[in-house]
Each structure stands twice: as C-alpha cells, then as structure tokens.
Design a protein around this ligand. Sequence first.
Ligand code: COA
Ligand code: AMP
Length: 632
Amino acid sequence: MGYQEYYAESINEPERFWQRQADQLAWFTPPLHILSTDSNGIQRWFADGKLNLAYLAVDFHVEQGRGDQAAIFYDSPVSDSKRQISYRDLMEQVARFAGVLRAKGVGYGDRVVIYMPMIPEAVVAMLACVRLGAIHSVVFGGFAAHELASRIEDAEPKVVLTASCGIEINKIIAYKPLLDEAIRLSAHQPEHVIVYQRAQCAAELQEGRDYDWCALAQEADQAPCVPVNGADPLYILYTSGTTGKPKGVVRDTGSYAVALKHSMSMLYDVKPGDVFWAASDVGWVVGHSYIVYGPLIHGCSTVLYEGKPVKTPDAAAFWRVAEEYRVKALFAAPTAFRAIRKEDPEGRLPARYDLSHLRYIFMAGERLDPPTYQWVSEVLDKPVIDHWWQTETGWAIVGNPMGVEPQPTKAGSAGLPMTGFDVRVLDANGDEMPVNQQGSIAIKLPLPPGCLPTIWGDFERLRSGYLRTFPGYYVSGDGGYKDEDGYIFIMGRTDDVINVAGHRLSTGEMEEVVASHPAVAECAVIGIQDPLKGQEPVGLVLLKDGVSIAEAELQQELVGLMRDRIGALACFKRVMVVDRLPKTRSGKILRKLLRQMADGEEFSIPSTIDDPSCLGEIQMLMQQRRIGTVAR
Ligand code: COA
Ligand code: AMP
C-alpha cells in the first residue's frame, strides 16, 4: 500500500487502522474499545486494554529470544566510559530497581521525579517506575533548582531519583546541591531521595531521607510488572508554555505504546535488531520517545550518548559513534549539525568513518533550515528527513514515511502529515487558508494515539490552551503553510515560546525572571535569530525611575539570575536598556515587531501602536549593541 492510501485509511477509518497497529503489541488483555470518550470529553485510544510498557520494552524481548542482544549502547566521551547492556541485563536491573522503589512505598499511580544525566541508570529508573505502574517525571539536568522545585511541587512525587552529577564539556555539574535547594524551595516534600553516586563527584546524603542507589539495589528483591490500563498515565513531561507555571504534559500508556511501535517502522523504517540513535537527552520528549520507549518496544538497540556533537572531543563524534555501533538511523536537532559544520565546514570528517550502516538522518526539535539540510545531504550523501512534532504529541505530526513509501523531500518543509494527523492551516476565524498562505497549524480532532489527554492536574489548561481557539481542532502554537502538494512548512511559533539549540523555552517565563530584578520596571524578552542555536533570547529592559545602574552591570546580574532560576541552557546573555518599549494603545508590548526589527525583517507598524517614535531609538540601540542581524 502506498503512502496516500495508507494515510487516507488512517484518517477515514481510524479505528480499523489503529486496531491493526495495536495488534502488533503483546497486551495482557487487548482493548475492547478502540476509541472511547473520557470524563473530560477527550477521545481516548485503547483505554481499557491492559498492558505494561516496561514488559513490552524489555521482558517481552527476552521471552522472544533477544536476551543477549544489546538493549543499550552507553557511550560517554565526557566520562571516558562505554557500557553495553543486553536485554537480559536490563530486565534484571529494572526488576531489581523496581524492587527498590516498591520497598520505599512506590506503587501504582505514585509519582517519581527523575533528575538525572544521560547514564543507563536514568533509563533503568524510568522503566522501573513503569514496571510498578508508577508515573515518572524526568526533569532535564540543565534546569536549575527553581525549575526543578516547580516540577516537584506540581507532580508531588513520593520519591526523587538523582545522580551525584552531570558532566558537561570540561565541567562537572553537582546535581545534589541543586536538588537539595529545589526540595527546600518546594511546598511538597518527597519522602525519599535515592542518589546514584558517580565516580566524578560524591553527593552528601541526608540521614533518614537520602539513600545510596547501589546499596539499595544490592539488597532488593525483583518486582514483577504490574498490569495497568491503556488510559493510565505513563509519565508527566513538563514543557514551556507562555507563562512561568510549568505545563505537565501527560502521556498515557496504551496509545503511546501503539503510536511508537507504529512510528518505528512506518516513519523511521527500522526493524527489531537494528540500531537506533536519537542524539538527544532523556529529559526531552525526543529522549522519552526515541532513546527509551520507541526503540526498546520495537526490539532495537538504542544508543545512549552522553556527550555533545562537538568538543567531546571533536566534530567527528557523531560519525565515530555511528560507525562503532553500526547505527542505522540517526536522529538529532539541526543545531547539532550546524555546530559540526562550523568546525568541519568542508565536511571532511565523515569520510574517515565507515558509515555504510547509516541509512537515514532524521532531524527535529527546531526548523531545519535549507542550508543545513543541503550541507548534511551533500556531505553524507544519505536521505535527510525533517519531521515536526511537539512534547504534546509524543511523535511526529509531519514527516516522511520512509518505511511505507518514501516521498520526495523539499528543503524547508517538514514533510507530509503522518498517519492519523489531519493537519490544517487555519486563519483567525478557523477557516482553511488557501495553499501557500501562512496561518495557524491545527490538527483536526481526534488526535491519533500517543498525544496528550490532559495537563497534569489542570485539564482546563489543555482546553483553554489548545482546544478552545478553533472548536474541533487542536491548535499547535506553530504557524506555517501547506503547498500545492500537501507539504507542510513550519515557520515558527505564534506564541511566546522560543527554540534555543533545539530546547523549547518560554520568553514569558524569562520576563518573569528579568522583572524580578529590583532595578527593572518593565521588560520584554524576545527570541532573535542565531546562526548556531537557531534562536537566542535578548532582554529589553526599562529601568525604574530614579534607578541608576550601568547596562553591563545589569546584564551581568540578569544573566546570573537567569542561570540561577531557569538554568544555563536558557543561553540568556544579552540585555539592552531602553527608555520606552513599543506598545499598543491597550498596553500590550509589541514583541513581534521588536523581533522583526532585530532580525532585520520587513515589518509594518500596527495601527494600534501607541507611540511609534520609540522605534527609531530602539533600532539604533540594537545596531550599537550589535543585537541581531539589524546590526550586521
Ligand atoms: N546539565 C547541565 N548543564 C547543561 C546541560 C545539562 N544537561 N545541558 C546544557 N547545559 C549548559 C551548558 O553547559 C552550557 O552552559 P554554559 O553557558 O555555562 O557553557 C549551557 O547549558 C548551554 O548549553 P548548550 O546549548 O548545550 O550549549 P553548548 O555551547 O555547550 O553546545 C550545541 C552547543 C549546539 C553543541 C548544543 O546546544 C547541542 O548539542 N544542541 C543539540 C541539542 C539537542 O539535541 N536538542 C535535542 C532536542 S530534540
Ligand atoms: P518540543 O515540545 O520541545 O519538542 O518543541 C516543539 C516545538 O519545536 C514545536 O512546536 C516547533 O515550534 C519546534 N519544532 C520541532 N520540530 C520542528 C521542525 N521539524 N520544524 C520546525 N519546528 C520544529
């Protein structure tokens, strides 16, 4: 069956289509109802099936004779270590650590926060929670104590799991002091903290609350897999919205398992036994779906890479890993390839490695700009496939079905709608835009399996943030257009979310941090173009009357505040003091206009602007401060 026919069936006969996909999994009890409606009025897939995703991801493969196959290739240039973990070893470790958690009172429906670097124990921790029917929430290691605290407060975990440190280029980040500070800041107190001590740094343990991971694991009994309902939450993953309050995207179990299993063959064209490498982090959705669950459910070997595309030790790292583990599909963010290109512009390094097993390069996380697409395609001479998705959807909305019928690629386009996603481009009234005209990208309901059924503890946030704007549609927050062949072009967010080095960040949240500085009366944080990281945040600040502080000093203090409150990953480095900010007559700051000015784009001055005379002054300041392309 070709892509058109296959896709059409997924839209026109969704229950039949998805039932067939669900049949690929070893349910304890197969679902009776394929599509049903929950108490919030959300359509849910496979709600009443019984399964356990840790069983599907690990034990099942051992039962099927894959026990000796590598489940995880751990490769860590930053700690100079490598480890291969077979499915059988993984099963043993997961069952034992589930025993540890069970002994600490963790059971079905309890939450566990995981604040860990890219080490195999992070994967073991996730799967151990799942084995017990507990809900994990992994927090990216680059987030500072304040961010971690807000997630602990929202998820209310019984236990927090951590490691003594993460390792960045040439520096060790001690996690335990950050976690201790987060717990101090949080209104919710976890009962226990379990710490994996790494050789690079020893964490202090607090008597009565903190435990040593290995000591507990040595004594623990193995715990069996607990069957859960298809509709039960598997994890909560916090992502950036328009405000500082973290948004806990909930993923359910059954529909996610079906969607991931399906995507491994339909989109990524990999088979059980193949090696899949998502060069991301378990703290992001890509890590959840394609470092951990997707490849393991499918019986692949997954690469867990604790390093960077460059400087660990050099720009050949990706090619070295791809050769060493015979990677078939590599998935990374475009920014990683821009970093590689910067150090190896002629693309000489890949030729030094045997990349004959590498069939595909998949990219997501941010827009794949045509120059990067062209460079990677030429240098590797392999298909480069962009695909667009979000934490909310858990897998690709738009892409290229390499395992069904590869479609021609178009530079600048993320591809064609994936199975079950009825993608539309809408105008402000919710009517479809003509081809090649930009609008809001929305998905007609119901969403296919794998997508979020709610926001943790706040269903209203799902309704108001995604479902209310255009009744009958999920609104993605991205803008773009569809061309005459149905290809989707994603042109950027329509809200206050920006994308820095493939990391999703909220400028609204950054504004809250800037505004908390005693000298600041008002501010706007905008995301301007950056040749390496895609976007970079810049703060425009209005000082309080009577306050005098040098711009450089304020910048230094705000940069420190941002690293303390959000984390270094925000890459907040630039601040500009202005006398006025452009606003509408109703007082709304014209952030888009500021961004367009900085990026040197054409802009029209809205008729609702209160006082356009400040624009010239801001433009001049941007030039003087070398902010954005306006200065280049
Ligand atoms: N723990 C602690 N700190 C972290 C961290 C982590 N897990 N990840 C990043 N940071 C810190 C870095 O140390 C750096 O701190 P610094 O300002 O003190 O130097 C800061 O956050 C910014 O990090 P990063 O964006 O990684 O910048 P970089 O200059 O070190 O590396 C790239 C640049 C392009 C190589 C890197 O951003 C990259 O690999 N990006 C791809 C990201 C990705 O895969 N995203 C996938 C989502 S699908
Ligand atoms: P996250 O939820 O962190 O995965 O970030 C999702 C956001 O990243 C999307 O809403 C887009 O703005 C952006 N994004 C992800 N993949 C792509 C892509 N292939 N092309 C353009 N933007 C993308």
